[in-house]
Design a protein around this ligand. Structure first.
Ligand code: SF4
Length: 113
């Protein structure tokens, strides 16, 4: 597979392939790229960001760590079911979502107009 390392603004183009029992990364110019390439090949993860609209306000939310890309849709379904209450920025609205170890945290609260 080919991908772009997102660990720094340089954005090295990576080629990741399995050679025998080893995952080989080329195109990286530092060890972080190798680590990223292996992670993308074996278990790609992303920080999940989303928002939930209530009657009078909208919450913006994100996971505090990256979670498996395959779990993002299920995580969104769970987040959409949170109940309206007086949240503040930094509040954890869901702990250990889908047993990923990630918490869903309030990053913003906007008044609806
Ligand atoms: S491989 Fe290293 S230098 Fe290249 S984008 Fe990734 S972190 Fe940056």
């Amino acid at each position: 597979m080919e991908t772009v390392c997102i660990c720094c603004p340089i954005g090295c183009r990576l080629k990741v392939e399995k050679v025998k029992d080893e995952i080989v990364v080329t195109g990286n110019t530092c060890p972080r790229g190798k680590e990223y390439g292996i992670s993308e090949f074996t278990l790609p993860k992303r920080v999940l960001t989303t928002s939930v609209v209530f009657n009078s306000f909208t919450l913006t939310l994100k996971t505090n760590i990256a979670i498996d890309k395959k779990l993002q849709k299920s995580a969104l379904m769970q987040i959409k079911n949170i109940k309206e209450k007086d949240y503040n920025i930094g509040d954890v609205v869901i702990e250990n979502i889908l047993e990923t170890g990630a918490n869903v945290v309030v990053t913003g609260k906007l008044k609806n107009v």
